[in-house]
Design a binder for this molecule. Structure first.
Ligand SMILES: Cc1cc2nc3c(=O)[nH]c(=O)nc-3n(C[C@H](O)[C@H](O)[C@H](O)COP(=O)(O)OP(=O)(O)OC[C@H]3O[C@@H](n4cnc5c(N)ncnc54)[C@H](O)[C@@H]3O)c2cc1C
Length: 281
């Protein structure tokens, strides 16, 4: 049976207006900053411009200021935003915030949504997602998870080391995946925790160099050392973290692809334009 991939009128309209916004507003800013946003004023300026045009955070529900786009709608809009390296940041649909909003909408309590999702969806704060660990910890195989959270009075104490954590620098909060039962290698026993940036038990110890510099907040190594959080920091159910990881990472892998489709199209446009104007041998 053929699959109908025609976006609905709302998504089609948003995609068209996003394309114009990226071309007219974002690409000139990108040219000025070499594709790297290194200041809050540039980030907030781009986001203000997207808000003024009604293009901001289109994936979240209407109660958080968006349009609740489903995957097909996200695909066409995110591709247009991805035409500039800074487009996703402007629309507040960049990794890891976009995936974190998706997870918070799916798994957070009403109080957690007010505390974390609302300001995140509004672009007032940023976030990060801490799953990957140095070997032999979680990587391609998240079941290798070694970071532990043990019960303490009224909450949990997290101990462990994470790396390649996108956006960790100056993030308002972290969603940290830690083992609350079982042993490394077992595909159960993980829990998601919401850790505030001012928690003294969490620190960014290193910025890791990567080829890409367009994702705001870099890619950092983060240490959890005597990091105590309350019971209200548990996101979803205890020991169900692998299920939430799938709920977060499945769509996030798709939206990575849709954003990168946009920049692939841009790269081809640049190459074609260059080939067409190039003269001589
Ligand atoms: C730019 C960037 C941003 C990132 N952002 C985040 C983030 O925000 N949060 C986060 O938690 N993580 C993040 N990551 C980490 C990313 O999720 C991991 O790099 C990825 O899961 C792979 O894990 P690893 O690096 O430990 O590689 P490994 O798991 O050690 O894999 C190394 C190589 O071995 C291969 N391999 C692994 N297992 C097998 C097997 N059983 N059989 C055969 N081959 C195998 C892999 O395919 C790969 O080629 C980021 C990484 C990068 C590069």
């Amino acid at each position: 049976m053929p699959v109908d991939l025609t976006p609905d009128p709302l998504a089609a309209d948003l995609a068209q207006r996003t394309a114009a916004f990226v071309r007219d507003v974002v690409v000139p800013v990108e040219a000025e900053h070499g594709g790297v946003v290194s200041s809050e004023s540039v980030r907030s300026g781009l986001q203000r411009a997207a808000k003024e045009r009604g293009l901001f955070a289109p994936h979240v529900g209407a109660e958080y200021g968006g349009h609740g786009l489903r995957m097909l709608g996200r695909a066409v809009v995110f591709e247009e935003a991805g035409y500039s390296l800074l487009g996703p940041l402007a629309l507040n649909i960049a990794a890891p915030d976009e995936g974190n909003m998706h997870l918070l909408e799916a798994a957070a309590t009403p109080a957690q949504r007010e505390r974390y999702l609302r300001p995140l969806a509004a672009g007032e704060i940023r976030s990060c997602f801490a799953m990957t660990e140095p070997a032999p910890g979680a990587g391609s195989d998240p079941a290798a998870l070694t970071t532990r959270a043990v019960r303490v009075r009224g909450g949990w104490r997290i101990e462990g080391r994470k790396w390649f954590i996108t956006g960790a620098d100056s993030a308002g909060f972290t969603i940290c995946m830690a083992r609350t039962s079982g042993a490394p290698g077992e595909t159960a026993g993980a829990t998601m925790f919401l850790v505030d940036a001012d928690n003294p038990g969490m620190s960014t110890v290193r910025h890791i160099e990567t080829l890409d510099e367009s994702l705001y907040g870099g890619h950092a190594e983060v240490v959890f050392d005597d990091c105590v959080v309350g019971d209200d920091a548990v996101l979803g159910e205890v020991d169900a973290g692998f299920r939430y990881a799938q709920a977060r990472l499945g769509p996030a892998r798709m939206t990575h692809c849709t954003r990168w489709l946009g920049i692939a199209r841009r790269a081809q446009d640049i190459a074609v334009a260059r080939a067409a104007e190039r003269a001589g041998s």
